[in-house]
Design a protein around this ligand. Structure first.
Ligand SMILES: [Zn+2]
Length: 75
């Protein structure tokens, strides 16, 4: 998928943005110029595809691959 920013040919990685545009957006948010919500409303960003489940999905997949003994220790 191509970065959703007009004139950018980067490959979309996060929120429809390439890593460069994502970094620029993130920097603007960090200094308080905008928010992800505002960027979503402006069509300059998508909502995260797996709503907050990135880490959880990884943890689940990882858990499935690891031995039951390890899982038992965690839970
Ligand atoms: Zn881009």
């Amino acid at each position: 998928m191509k970065c959703l920013i007009d004139g950018c040919d980067g490959v979309a990685k996060v929120r429809g943005l390439c890593s460069i545009c994502y970094g620029a957006a993130n920097a603007s948010i960090r200094i308080g110029r905008t928010t992800w919500k505002e960027l979503e409303d402006m069509g300059l960003s998508y909502k995260p595809q797996h709503k907050g489940s990135g880490l959880g999905a990884f943890a689940k997949a990882f858990k499935e691959k690891t031995s039951p003994i390890t899982v038992a220790k965690i839970t």
